[in-house]
Ligand binder design. Structure first.
Ligand code: PBG
Length: 325
């Protein structure tokens, strides 16, 4: 007897009924980039369709996000001033702090997540404090928790450390709790790989390291057992949500993380993943809508509960229009 698997593929109706994975705007978080200055809405050349916004024009993108029914934003800041201790990152009047206050004023319902890292704010472009040419773990923890606290004080709904220092979730959790922010969750970039897929972001955020690379703190793309250790450590330290980043080349890591843990898993479909599809679409070689939606679906199927994606707005619009039958 032949197993007739095609019986359940015969019509749109039956395909809809047996579908195992569904994506919607409820799954997406949209990254936004706030810059100093006034009246700025400037397209990011390495991320076509994404923009640098000055604070006074943030409402344009926030209103669109709300209209697209996307639930959250990940806020990145591009400061004017960089120094060795990333002081503009924990300044109450810093770019992220002001952006958060503005966004909360525009929409009280949108979840505002803030990326906690130093690479946009240090003159050397590293994610922590450099001592004798090396990124120093313990010194970095002090500053990272200060940054997290200042984000919480500005009104951030969730803290997302992306620096990859050891012990930062615990350090941040402790300082938040001591200051009465015990209800602010931490979404940890737990399994963050040292990836070439971040290239377009570094151009967008002016955050490329000025010497060396990030291999002494970000993970080796060859390792997946180590990712499970990173995730387990972060959960023990108090992470509420753990992240795998990038997404598309790391679907095995997402699946494994999903199977081994019960906390929500976020996946960050990073700048290089987006830029490749945009470039292919521009050349007319691929069907952008179909490919982007298939990518997002595959990330969810692999086990992600939420996806940080530069396609959040477009994908939400496409999903509202309906997929071609
Ligand atoms: C900051 C940070 C990076 C990204 C998110 N937060 C860059 C990096 O670690 O080099 C990358 C996001 C993307 O590529 O879309 N550390």
């Amino acid at each position: 007897m032949v197993n007739r698997n095609r019986r359940l593929r015969g019509s749109n109706a039956i395909r809809d009924l047996v579908r195992e994975t569904v994506i919607s705007s409820n799954d997406f978080i949209y990254p936004i980039f706030a810059v100093e200055g006034e009246n700025i809405k400037e397209e990011i050349s390495s991320l076509p369709g994404c923009y640098h916004f000055s604070i006074d024009r943030l409402h344009e993108v926030i209103e669109e996000i709300v209209k697209c029914k996307v639930r959250g934003v990940m806020v990145f800041g591009i400061p004017d001033h960089k120094d060795e201790i990333a002081s503009s990152a924990f300044d109450d009047n810093g770019i992220v702090q002001r952006a958060v206050r503005k966004i909360k004023k525009i929409s009280s319902k949108l979840l505002v997540i803030t990326d906690v890292c130093m690479c946009q704010y240090t003159s050397n472009g590293h994610c922590g404090i450099v001592v004798d040419g090396m990124v120093n773990n313990e010194k970095s923890l002090k500053y990272l928790s200060k940054i997290a606290l200042s984000h919480a004080m500005a009104g951030s709904d969730m803290i997302a450390p992306s620096d990859m220092m050891d012990g930062r979730v615990l350090a941040i959790r402790n300082l938040l709790d001591e200051n009465g922010y015990e209800n602010i969750p931490i979404m940890s970039y737990s399994a963050k790989y040292c990836s070439a897929f971040y290239g377009p972001f570094r151009e967008a955020a002016h955050s490329a390291p000025q010497f060396g690379n990030r291999k002494t703190y970000q993970m080796d793309p060859a390792n997946s057992r180590e990712a499970m250790k990173e995730i387990q450590d972060d959960i023990e330290e108090g992470a509420d949500i753990v992240m795998v980043k990038p997404a598309l080349s790391y679907l095995d890591v997402i699946r494994w993380a999903r199977d081994r843990n019960d906390v929500p898993i976020a996946a960050y479909s990073v700048s290089g993943e987006y830029a490749m599809v945009k470039a292919g679409a521009k050349l007319g070689w691929i069907n952008e809508k179909a490919i982007a939606l298939e990518m997002l679906l595959s990330i969810k199927r692999a086990g992600a509960d939420m996806i940080i994606t530069y396609y959040a707005l477009e994908a939400s619009k496409w999903l509202m229009e309906g997929i071609d039958e």
